[in-house]
Design a protein around this ligand. Structure first.
Ligand code: MTE
Length: 308
């Protein structure tokens, strides 16, 4: 797959982060010391293209933001765009706990101060029952985990989404057991393709895509990419994950894109690209969504039919 990655993004594609951060800093400052969690680092506003970006044409803003899964707002693909606008995403804090050296409840502004040095534009292919190419703005999850210090006994990373039924109409119904939860093995979490995304197309993350902070794991099915994260926990045992809890026969913990392992009710051998129209030709699904060169090593020696 040599030559698949290409840095064709220009500086003009880069996020205007300064305005966003200043706004958050003002809010944090006004709230005073009570809100200030442990400090994570210095401000450095700079974004550059990721070496992992694909040269495939990204989907349009419209396609990425009007056709979503975010069950906290309802189960229709159009519900998130319709109802997520009311979600308050600023201020926002993330509790980082479990097997870490510096646990705490960190204000998002502090997290971003510490990691913006690493922020990149990632144009990644993402797959669910449909496939999209999204130019995310984000940073490696590893950067944050390194800053809080992962204890040697930690084996997994667990994530939770916000629970706020007043602003999330789907949570007023028992669609899923809230909070939405997800997990990764520690080595998957530390992989440079695993990012925390804060925006797309150089803009702040639209609420329907998981503002203000969501996970992106491009070699896994889309449901692993948990949105609007409020908790990150380092654990010894394999953590709970929403779809795995819901239906363990159909959704495994790993959920790697794999054309050879079918979902019990449908084939995973091909995928429907979004934006090609209703009659668009389905494309063959690639192992690990085309990221096999980068991630296959994580699963060497594992039976991927058992560990699906
Ligand atoms: N995160 C939360 N909190 N709630 C959800 O319902 N849906 C998942 C994932 N993250 C979901 C979530 C699923 S099924 C998919 S396919 C992706 O988000 C969709 O992300 P997108 O809307 O940005 O394309």
């Amino acid at each position: 797959m040599a030559g698949r990655w290409k840095n064709d993004l220009k500086w003009s594609d880069v996020t205007p982060r300064a305005a966003y951060l200043n706004r958050r800093q003002l809010i944090a400052g006004a709230a005073g010391a009570a809100m200030a969690g442990p400090a994570l680092g210095r401000v450095k506003l700079q974004t550059v293209p990721s070496p992992y970006s694909t040269d495939q044409t990204p989907n349009t803003w419209e396609q990425i933001t009007q056709y979503n899964n975010f069950y906290e707002f309802g189960t229709d693909k159009t519900d998130p765009a319709r109802y997520a606008g009311n979600l308050t995403t600023d201020p926002w804090a993330v509790k980082i706990d479990g097997l870490v050296e510096r646990p705490g409840t960190y204000d998002l502004a502090d997290i971003l101060k510490g990691v913006t040095l690493e922020e990149r534009i990632y144009r990644l292919r993402c797959v669910e029952a449909w496939a999209m190419v999204v130019p995310w703005v984000g940073f490696e999850l590893k950067t944050l985990l390194d800053r809080v210090g992962v204890r040697p006994s930690a084996k997994y990373v667990y994530f939770e989404t916000l629970v706020r039924p007043e602003e999330m109409p789907g949570q007023r119904r028992g669609i899923l057991e809230w909070p939405y939860r997800e997990g990764l093995r520690l080595d998957e979490a530390m992989h440079p393709l695993t990012i925390l995304a804060t925006g797309l197309y150089g803009e702040e993350m639209p609420n329907q895509n998981g503002a203000p902070l969501r996970l992106v794991v491009p070699w896994k099915y889309g449901f692993k990419s948990i949105k609007s994260i409020v908790r990150i926990s380092l654990t010894r045992k394999q953590p709970l994950a929403t779809w795995n809890m819901q239906n363990p026969r159909e959704y495994g913990f790993y959920s790697n894109v794999n054309p050879e392992v079918d979902h019990p009710r449908w084939s995973q051998a091909s995928e429907r690209p979004i934006g090609g129209g209703l009659f668009a030709r389905r494309k063959p699904t690639l192992m690990f969504n085309g990221y096999a060169d980068e991630v296959a090593g994580l699963y060497a020696g594992m039976d991927l039919r058992k560990n699906f």
